[in-house]
Design a protein around this ligand. Structure first.
Ligand code: ATP
Length: 235
C-alpha cells in the first residue's frame, strides 16, 4: 500500500514520556474499510500510539496524516477514540453523556447511541458510579461507536467485560461501524477477535514487529492468529 491509499499514514514517529521513548521511529500505513488488531506485549506502545493518533498526547516527532490532514481539529473531527481508562466523570447519568457528545461532536448519532445503550441492557437514567466496570465500558463503547467517524481507535474496549458479554459488544461494534471506516483496536484478546480482524499490526519496543492481512498470515504460518502471536512473541 502506498501513502496515497492510506487513511492513516505515519512516518518515523517517536513519542516520548520525558526521556523514555514509548514509540520509536514507527512507520505505518493503514487503509480504510478494515478492522485492524493492534497487538503486542505490555508496555510495547499500543496505548501511546493510539493516544497520539487521537491527538490527545502531543510530545512526538515525525509525521502523522489522517485522511491527508496533519493532526489537529480536522483529524479530531473524524477520529473517534476510546481510551484505555474511562475519563467520564462518574457522578453523571448516561443521558448527560449523550447530551454532551451530541453538543461536542457534529457526527454523533444520538439514536444510534440510545440503541446501543438499550442493546447492552443499560438505561439512560443510570448513574455511572452505580455501574460495574463492564457496564461503564459498554457506555463508553456506545458513545464512541455512535459517532459517524472515519477512524475508530479503540484501546482494549472489552478488557473489563466478562467473556459471555464480549461477543455482544464486539458484534455491536462491528454492526455499527461506518462503511469504509478504519477500526484500529488494541487488544490482548487475540482469540476473541481472531474472526473479526482483517489485518494486524504487532508491536515491540515501540516499533512495528510484524504487519499483514490475517488470512495471509494464517496461510503462511498454517496456524491460527493466536498461535502466530505466541510464536512471534516467544522468539
Ligand atoms: N504517562 C506515562 N508516563 C511515563 N511513561 C509512560 C506513561 N504511559 C506509558 N508509559 C510508558 O510507555 C511505554 C508504553 O506504554 P503503553 O501504555 O503505550 O503500552 P501498551 O502497549 O499499551 O501496554 P499495555 O498492553 O500494558 O496496555 C511503557 O514503557 C510505559 O511504561
Amino acid at each position: 500500500m502506498t501513502e496515497n491509499d492510506s487513511l492513516i499514514s505515519v512516518r518515523d514517529l517517536t513519542v516520548r514520556y520525558g526521556q523514555r521513548r514509548a514509540v520509536d521511529h514507527l512507520d505505518l500505513d493503514l487503509a480504510g474499510g478494515q478492522i485492524v488488531g493492534l497487538l503486542g506485549e505490555n508496555g510495547c506502545g499500543k496505548s501511546t500510539l493510539l493516544k497520539t493518533l487521537a491527538g490527545v498526547y502531543a510530545d512526538h516527532s515525525g509525521e502523522i496524516r489522517i485522511a491527508g490532514h496533519a493532526l489537529g481539529p480536522q483529524t479530531k473531527a473524524i477520529v473517534s477514540y476510546l481510551p484505555d481508562r474511562s475519563a467520564l466523570p462518574e457522578r453523571y447519568r448516561v443521558h448527560y453523556f449523550l447530551d454532551l457528545f451530541e453538543d461536542f461532536f457534529t457526527d454523533f448519532d444520538r439514536a444510534k447511541a440510545a440503541e446501543l445503550i438499550g442493546g447492552f441492557g443499560l438505561k439512560e437514567s443510570m448513574k455511572l458510579k452505580e455501574m460495574s466496570k463492564g457496564m461503564r465500558e459498554k457506555v463508553h463503547v456506545a458513545l464512541t461507536m455512535a459517532r459517524r467517524a472515519r477512524v475508530y481507535l479503540l484501546d482494549e474496549p472489552i478488557s473489563g467485560v466478562d467473556p459471555s458479554a464480549r461477543e455482544g459488544i464486539l458484534e455491536a461494534i462491528l454492526r455499527t461501524l461506518e462503511p469504509d471506516s478504519l477500526l484500529l483496536i488494541a487488544t490482548h484478546l487475540v482469540h476473541d477477535l481472531e474472526t473479526s480482524l482483517d489485518s494486524v499490526v504487532m508491536m515491540r519496543h515501540g516499533g512495528v514487529l510484524l504487519t499483514g492481512q490475517v488470512d495471509d498470515l494464517r496461510a503462511e504460518h498454517g496456524t491460527s492468529l493466536e498461535q502466530i502471536f505466541r510464536k512471534v512473541y516467544r522468539s
